[in-house]
Design a protein around this ligand. Structure first.
Ligand SMILES: [Zn+2]
Length: 282
């Protein structure tokens, strides 16, 4: 494997590089010899001086190529390939083919999971970004899976999806994202499909998992929207540990749906407040 051919210095021959021409062969071993030895020891890397990067890891396979050089070169080549539509199509076809092999798919998924977890741990904005993308993807998938599927004219545009993502990024990390009017809403009792909510910013709201579970996909066209289920407006919503007047009304006014009782809600609010205080104290 060669080093970058655009390097200004002319490439040296293997003889020169290994020091063999100096007549003092064992003074410094060639990197391919070190690579071989490292490989025999069962090690994948060894340290060697790269012309461009100094002391770095080198692969014990590939005749001792510099890890950083390889990475630079691969990144450049990749950028060139995907710069054109044909390149992107070819790349996608190749990836589809690779991912059809179960071992490859599993290894790739495991790698992406590890990558995602470590990056989310380091970077909260990345975690929020990925969550927003997931919310959009799940909504799209659910709407496409409907029978009959939702017509394309009622699907969110790219611009709408971007707006949804921006909104979701600002929801509390532990909240679930709920569609105020369900994507597919059923009438309690008859379980008749009565409404098809849109995936748009003004139909999204953060909600505690338990409330979201209770709300499920129920929708009663006879009841005012605010009584459909435990809504959670910010500020003053559940995550603030205090019951706002509107929230209290939503939880206590009679509705056709099973909602939290006032006591249940108060207990959950106190618990959430305590957890928040413990987090602050820690
Ligand atoms: Zn290098």
């Amino acid at each position: 494997m060669t080093i970058d051919t655009k390097a200004k210095k002319p490439l040296r021959t293997t003889r020169e590089f290994s020091g063999a021409s100096t007549g003092k062969p064992n003074e410094q071993k060639s990197n391919s010899a070190l690579a071989r030895e490292a490989k025999e020891r069962g090690e994948s890397r060894f340290t060697w001086t790269c012309e461009r990067h100094g002391e770095t890891d080198h692969y014990s396979s590939s005749q001792g190529a510099c890890v950083k050089c390889c990475s630079d070169r691969n990144r450049q080549a990749h950028a060139q390939r995907v710069a054109t539509l044909e390149g992107r199509k070819a790349r996608n076809a190749y990836q589809r083919e690779r991912r059809s092999i179960p071992e490859v798919r599993e290894a790739a998924n495991a790698y992406h999971r590890r990558y995602d977890e470590s990056r989310k741990a380091l970077d909260p904005s990345y975690a929020a970004h990925m969550r927003a993308k997931t919310v959009n993807a799940n909504a799209i998938r659910r709407m496409r899976e409907l029978k009959p599927p939702r017509p394309e004219t009622a699907m969110p545009s790219t611009e709408t999806l971007r707006e949804c993502a921006e909104l979701v990024k600002h929801f509390p990390a532990d909240a679930e994202v709920d569609h105020a009017i369900p994507l597919r809403g059923f009438l309690p009792g008859t379980k008749e499909w009565v409404v098809s909510g849109l995936h748009v910013p003004y139909n999204l709201e953060p909600m505690e998992a338990r409330s979201n579970n209770r709300k499920n996909s129920w929708f009663d066209p006879e009841a005012p929207l605010e009584f459909q289920k435990p809504r959670n407006s910010f500020p003053g919503g559940q995550f603030h540990g205090e019951i706002g007047e509107i929230e209290l009304m939503r939880y206590t006014e009679p509705t056709t749906l099973e909602l939290w009782t006032k006591d249940e809600f108060r207990a959950a609010a106190v618990e959430a407040g305590n957890t928040a205080m413990e987090t602050l104290a820690a």
